[in-house]
Design a protein around this ligand. Structure first.
Ligand code: SAH
Length: 324
């Protein structure tokens, strides 16, 4: 569908039903955005941690494999990833896991046909629209990087949920005081229930706040630059800050144990990124400066190190995971 076709469809929907909720607008825009492109990297709209360096996915793989080993190396383990993008993180994590003796079947939750095709070029996996079709046997080792920030948020002025109207342009009908994301809470609760029933853990990495924030965090990024979220729906990546406090409460209510959230920089340091960078640089001295720059980008407090957070959901009775 062309961008003008999505605009036309949203306009027609608003004409028929009246203004649509901010959450519906965000869901429609992102579904179109991800279904029609690979947005990652310098030539795309934004760059994610696994696209910066292989170290990110490798350390996540080591985290999963370490937990698996200390849980007695259960044979039936599954790797599950939500929103795997290009499949880079999974590829790096699975390579590191194989080094530790863990080679699980791969279950990818991805709605975009374009990104499913990109993932299929690098991974042998099964694809799912959501968690419900992931097999209910075997402990789950789950990863979600920059997945929750793409899920729709509701916005409120006081008690009133805000909507998007059309008057020659898309316009929100009030000032934002608070946000929440029922979509994110439903997914994290389902994840927690699965982990409690099957064993395992989930690692959630995203940008956001530890305490419920106030105000408008909905943002659009296009060509690495912030843009107006109410212009060109479906052509810009729409995200909102992840409310880790709310995710943790929902997961805890479903029975999971919570570790973190920890700042991404602190977590990567605790997981040994310094040593991993040194060994990569030793193997490829000509890439030393690039590897050092990637480490700074992932861990620097003024870069991704502080705004991004890492939080784990762990099944009751499972060992304490590393890094926290
Ligand atoms: N984890 C990747 C990609 C992050 S972008 C990385 O770090 O590079 C968000 C990803 O989530 C994309 O793969 C997108 O297609 C997927 N996605 C967004 N909304 C989704 C939904 N509701 N269900 C499943 N996947 C979704």
């Amino acid at each position: 569908m062309s961008p003008t076709a999505l605009e036309a469809r949203l306009k027609a929907r608003i004409a028929a039903e009246g203004p649509i909720s901010v959450a519906d607008y965000m869901a429609e825009a992102n579904a179109h955005y991800y279904a029609t492109r690979d947005p990652f990297g310098v030539d795309g709209d934004f760059t994610t941690a696994p696209e910066i360096s292989q170290m990110f996915g490798e350390l996540i793989g080591i985290w999963l494999a370490d937990l698996w080993q200390r849980a007695g190396a259960p044979a039936a383990a599954r790797y599950v990833e939500l929103g795997p993008g290009r499949g880079t993180l999974a590829e790096d994590a699975l390579r590191a896991m194989r080094g530790a003796g863990l080679a699980p079947p791969v279950e990818l939750i991805e709605t975009s046909p374009v990104l499913r095709a990109a993932q299929a070029e690098r991974l042998s996996a099964r694809w799912h629209d959501d968690l419900s079709s992931v097999p209910e046997s075997g402990p789950l080792f789950v990863v979600a990087n920059e997945f929750f920030d793409a899920l729709p948020v509701r916005q409120f002025h006081g008690e009133r949920e805000l909507h998007v109207a059309w008057d020659g342009r898309f316009r929100r009908d009030g000032a934002v005081e608070t946000e929440d994301s029922p979509a994110a809470l439903a997914i994290v609760a389902a994840l927690a229930r699965r982990i409690c029933a099957q064993g395992g853990a989930a690692l959630i990495v995203d940008y956001g706040h530890e305490r419920p924030g106030t105000g408008d965090t909905l943002q659009a990024v296009s060509n690495h630059v912030y843009a107006d979220p109410f212009e060109a729906p479906g052509e810009r990546d729409l995200t909102a800050h992840v409310d880790f406090h709310a995710l943790a409460s929902a997961a805890r209510a479903a029975g999971a144990r919570i570790c973190g959230p920890a700042p991404q920089g602190a977590w990567l340091n605790a997981m040994g990124i310094k040593l991993r960078a040194a060994s990569l640089a030793k193997a490829a001295p000509e890439r030393g400066a690039e590897i050092a720059a990637a480490r700074t980008r992932l861990t620097g407090p003024d870069q991704m190190g502080r705004l991004f957070k890492v939080m784990a959901l762990v099944a009751p009775g499972w060992p304490e995971p590393g890094g926290f």
